[in-house]
Each structure stands twice: as C-alpha cells, then as structure tokens.
Design a protein around this ligand. Sequence first.
Ligand code: PDD
Length: 287
Amino acid sequence: MSRTVYVNGEYLPEEEAKVSIFDRGFLMADGVYEVTSVLGGKLIDFDGHAVRLERSLRELDMAAPVTKDELLAIHRELVARNAIDEGMVYLQITRGSPGDRDFAFPDPAVTPSTIVLFTQNKPGLAANPAANKGIKVISIEDIRWGRRDIKTVQLLYPSMGKMMAKKAGADDAWMVEDGFVTEGTSNNAYIVKGNRIITRALSSDILHGITRAAVLRFAREAQMEVEERSFSIDEAKQADEAFITSASAFVMPVVEIDGAQVGSGTPGRVALRLREIYLDESRKAAV
Ligand code: PDD
C-alpha cells in the first residue's frame, strides 16, 4: 500500500513525492535527519529529537523550515494518515536545491531548505524477538568524520559497517578509535560490570543519543551506577553484559563481540530491565 509522505509543505502519495536532482542532500550529503519511534500510535521522545534537530541545523548554519510545533503536527498527521501503531517517522532536512552543483553554500534567502518526512510501519517493534536472543557485534575501525555529534545523512560508512557485520555472520558493528569503542553503526554502546553501566562520555566523537539520555536517567532513578567513560573491546569482552540503545532498537542486549561470548552469552538482567523500564516510561510520556 502506498504511503502518504510529506515534502516541503505537501502531503502526497509516495509515488508523487519528488526532490530535485540538484538537491544538496543528494549531491553532497548536506542534510540532517532524525528517526522518532511510534508506539501505540504515539511519538516516543519527540521533544528530545526536535531539540537535537535544532542543534544539528544550527551547527551547520542551516535554516529550520518549520517550527517545533509544526514539526509535531506533521509527525502526528503522518502517523494518523498511515495508521501507524508501531513504527518510525523519518525526517530529513537538507540545504535545498540551488539548481546547480556548487561547493559553496547557497544563500538561504534564495534557496529554501528541503524537508521530507515519511513513516515506516513496523508492527511488533516493541516485542522484537531479537531482544530475547541478543545480537552479535564485530569491531571495526571508526573512520568517520570528526563531527559525529551532528546527525547528518552521511551514512555510507555506517552502511559499510553493517555489511561487514553481515558478511561476518554478525548483526552489527561497534566502531573503535584509538583503542576505544566510540559507538555502534546506528546506536550507542554500553557494557555492564556488576551494578555499573559504562558508556562513552558525550563529545563530538559520538551522536548524543536521545535514547541514551533517557536510559541513563532511568538507570540512575533505579539506583544503578552510571559511569560515562571510554572502554575497549577487550574490556567489553570481559564485561558481565553489553547492550546498545537507539530510537528503533530501544535497549538491545549484545551477547557476542568479535566471536567471544559476553557474560553468559544470553541477554543480561540489567539490559532487559532497562529495556522494560524504557518501554514503560516512554509509552507513558509519548505524545
Ligand atoms: N540512529 N549513534 C548513531 C551513529 C546513530 O545513528 C544513532 C541513531 C544513535 C542513537 O541515537 P538515538 O537514541 O537518538 O536514536 C547513536 C538512528 C536510529 C538511525 O540512523 O536509524
């Protein structure tokens, strides 16, 4: 069935939605994005995603084509029109189409940004059976650019990382820089030692995950210890548990790293508890 999508102020059937071949998102990956999950027909952590989007735009001197209230209304309209109960809303804003190719940024007064949103229907997203089994990751070198805190659409290396994982019989890859894990290809990475959750501190080395912020808050509220510091693959292999977080995976246990079993090789108690708390609390706060 054809989706209704949103392009520059219009709701259209996906077949009729068009963006110029000169769009800078297409030619230069000059764009930013957000992925917001939907549970029970409501948006999870919308505010966090909207605030991070504003920051990404600001860091790239890109104009926001819509206000936060308008953005919420568009998200809700798409969820309703596409009858999404569980799934995601993808949002992308690019520096628009100057009508030709040029490295210099176009004048925003002349070239408006392009905004596109579409839904992805994922029935069973919250009850994902992968969470009961856990996922396997491999480690790969992190060769991305230095502003990973900006959520840009430059996703070629993360895509390559997922393919390297697939080829190795794993589900995903953790990226390593200077001997320490930065993050997963599309998620933040954690290990657990006893009652302590360890995850890399925020900097321009990683994306400031919206799910990360919520999960760490819930962990602290549940009296778990949180240590924001870097860890190596060797330390992760010796940990009691490992897991990842993202808007689409929520909290997902990691049971194998580079072929070595983590802990008992089954999803850990802390990861599963955090997944449960995150899903419960986020549903309550959903808009
Ligand atoms: N990815 N790190 C990277 C590199 C990511 O791409 C993502 C999100 C995260 C987690 O951020 P959040 O909790 O805000 O989703 C961390 C999205 C889901 C994606 O590209 O599909």
